[in-house]
Write a protein that binds this ligand. Structure first.
Ligand SMILES: [Ca+2]
Ligand SMILES: [Ca+2]
Length: 379
């Protein structure tokens, strides 16, 4: 008897396997599938798309807790009004659909909850057939609700074109900022024009630079591949994966007169501070002969390193050159987040303050775009 029982068990197992195999082979394609965004913001309205492999029936969707059904709309291969949605339970929406052909789609709009959620799961079934007696599960899918848009590294691509006379240097703005990765600079030119990379004051790469020949070299912690200055195309490529340790100024020098095109690309990783400090100017009006205190303060995510400001009569237009010093009435400069100057105006006039600030990672208020404030001194 024992043997027979075992035999029956083996046969039963075989029958089960044989029975399962054709089912697996003949499995029908998914009658419906769902596509969801990976992630949305809190309270954001977003679309869920259902793709159908049958022309009529019902889709019953169960939304995760906190999600609110808004509306639905027919998509491809479906006439206008080919889908209607109805709330049929807590978090349950039943869609009745009619399509012209398959695959057909409809979308429904959902509002995300007001607080973040991880792995919120949508589930559902499709009811189909003629009559509508078949039922298939639409696989679970999950998504996240986040309170702030996740930041992504930013790819920066710049192209500079122009022509140079012999012996002339052109400086490009803005500087290549500290903290970036994957820096690549290429020069194509019709004559012998040279790339130069400067570190504020040091000529780092180029003819007569710290690094002046192929295959390149390391300046402080920054390693570069460099074509060397030569009569033809040139390149400078950041070699190590690490971020640039400092900001660089890019220039081209016309060893001979010609046209050039320089391309610059780099990636700004998430969290790198590329914003100069925010400046606040306090410049109260006053009267001739009375001391006036002008205060410039600044704030910055990574700290304010330096503030510089000047006072000019309001009819003076800044030239952003040495000339401005000839007309400056008063100026002040210093490390830290607040600088002030007290002086006594000698004539009634309207004046303005122009201020610049730099942060601890080298982002400065652009030279030709200071923050300004106007104030008036009366008799
Ligand atoms: Ca050259
Ligand atoms: Ca900053």
């Amino acid at each position: 008897m024992k043997m027979r029982k075992k035999l029956i068990a083996v046969i039963a197992a075989l029958v089960l396997v044989v029975a399962l195999v054709p089912v697996a082979v003949m499995a029908e394609p998914d009658m419906a599938s769902r596509s969801l965004p990976d992630s949305v913001l809190v309270n954001e309205e977003f679309d869920v798309t259902i793709t159908l492999e049958t022309t009529f029936g019902n889709v019953v969707e169960t939304l995760p807790a906190g999600f609110t059904y808004v509306s639905c709309e027919a998509g491809s291969n479906m006439p206008e009004g080919g889908v209607e949605g109805e709330i049929t339970g807590i978090g349950e929406v039943t869609f009745t659909f009619f399509a012209l052909a398959t695959p057909a789609t409809f979308t429904y709009k959902v509002e995300a909850p007001s607080s973040p959620v991880t792995d919120a799961a949508f589930s559902g079934v499709i009811k189909y057939g003629s009559p509508v007696t078949e039922e298939a599960v639409i696989g679970d899918e999950t998504m996240d609700v986040v309170s702030v848009e996740p930041e992504e590294p930013e790819l920066k691509e710049l192209v500079f074109t122009g022509d140079l006379d012999k012996g002339v240097t052109e400086t490009f703005t803005p500087d290549i900022p500290a903290g970036v990765i994957d820096l690549e600079i290429t020069l194509t030119a019709t004559a012998d024009i040279d790339l130069e990379l400067w570190d504020g004051t040091t000529h780092v790469i180029g003819w007569h630079g710290e690094i002046d020949s192929a295959p390149g070299g390391t300046y402080q912690d920054d390693t570069f591949e460099y074509s060397g200055y030569k009569d033809g195309d040139e390149y400078i490529t950041q070699e190590a994966d690490g971020p640039l340790g400092r900001a660089y100024t890019l220039k081209v020098f016309g060893y001979k007169a010609g046209d050039y095109e320089v391309t610059v690309s780099y990636t700004i990783p998430v969290g790198v501070d590329l914003t100069p400090p925010e400046i606040t100017i306090t410049a109260p009006g006053g009267t001739v002969g009375s001391p006036v205190t002008i205060t410039v303060s600044a704030t910055d995510d990574t700290g304010v390193a330096h503030i510089w400001f000047g006072v000019w009569p309001s009819d003076y237009e800044l030239t952003y050159s040495q000339e401005d010093y000839q007309y400056v009435i008063s100026m002040a400069s210093g490390p830290g987040a607040l600088v002030s100057v007290t002086f006594t105006p000698s004539s009634a006039n309207s004046y303005y303050v122009a201020a610049w600030a730099g942060d601890t990672v080298g982002n400065w208020t652009p030279e030709d775009a200071p923050v300004t404030a106007t104030w008036v001194v009366t008799e």
